[in-house]
Write a protein that binds this ligand. Sequence first.
Ligand code: PMT
Length: 402
Amino acid sequence: MSKHIVIGVTGGIAAYKVLDVASKLRKLGYSMNTIMTKNAIEFVQPLAFQTITNNYVVTDTFERPYTWDVEHIALAKKADVILIAPATANIIGKVANGIADDMLSTTVMAARGKVVFAPAMNSAMYENPIVQENIAYLKEKGYLFIEPDSGWLACGDKGSGKLPAPEKIVEYVVELLEKEEEAEVVEQDLAGKNILVTAGPTIEAIDPFRYITNHSSGKMGYAIAENAAKRGANVLLVSGQTVLDCPERVERINVRSAREMYDAVHEHFDWADAVIKTAAVSDYRPKEASDHKIKKSGENLILELVPNPDILKSLGERKTHQVLVGFAAETQNVIEYAEDKIRKKNLDFIVANNIAKEGAGFKSDTNIATIIDRDGTIIEHEQMQKSELGNVILDKLKMYFK
Ligand code: PMT
């Protein structure tokens, strides 16, 4: 599928040069939309971009073109890359401060693909510490910048802040898109394997309004499920309540309580070649969930908790050919407790994470894990993105399939 570029044009004299950028990208076969800010259309007519890109130009959030849905979300989803050129100090400042008050800034805020800024402005403005701080902050957040050239500027000053030549901008964008395409080609090394992943928290009702749960966001389990599907596996995700979207090519069963998770996992256990139990399962539940809201009485309220079934342990007792992978969330004696779980739950390997460490465990995008094998091999991993750790775990799993 051909890649789609959204060009964001903001108000600067260099806006006219971006027509050439658009023209060159179009000749290379990319499809494009243009978003122009109110100030940009003072410099270049939207019709010029419309003609070159052969696509409608959006100039503000309230416009309703007739050919397609232009809501900012639609454009944000469609864009493999958003190129903002020329990027004024204003748009840089807005994005750095989370301001979304027009079509371009709202689209950038909702973007999933890469966003590239090509700043162009007076050199004093460009060198202003506030602008530089905004740029540094955005770079830290993963936004990309094409460095401006130095030379004579439209205002007569000499210095840094000149929009680079269109060829240079085109080269940057093309390279970026090609790199993304290469990264998208994933080896199908888990093709044909059936992998069941559990993720997220369980919820144990106290009454219709209240429940016991934990801080699991589901990120770790979803990252494993997503990567397994990308690597060709058939993936079933049994998920506690999360706000995450189901990854592509993954089948999801939503559950709430530990007992619902138990039933869903056991129902599909024969199908599975491997089960990865990332979910944070509540060890206890209230003995009885009241079917009406418990009223405040002013007295102490004692909740009697009873143990939930240990899902992983029950799988360990039932397993035939399945590879069983557990997680261990601990705050102390992590390795010791994890090794104990391998034995008690009959696991092949376990991923231990110290949830008390910063950058590990619940909610964060990263994790710090130690993988312990049944044979006692221990491999400590550095802090990494949960997505990356997902692949490390799947690489390990693959060795058990041989
Ligand atoms: O969801 P995130 O915000 O990304 O956070 C990720 C995580 C911290 C939840 C994850 O990395 C993690 O550590 N998951 C396991 C949490 C946990 O329940 O650990 P545990 O040590 O209590 O349980 C050990 C293993 O037994 C786990 O695989 C668990 O799924 C399983 N278990 C536990 C209790 C129970 N009743 N049934 C189970 O199957």
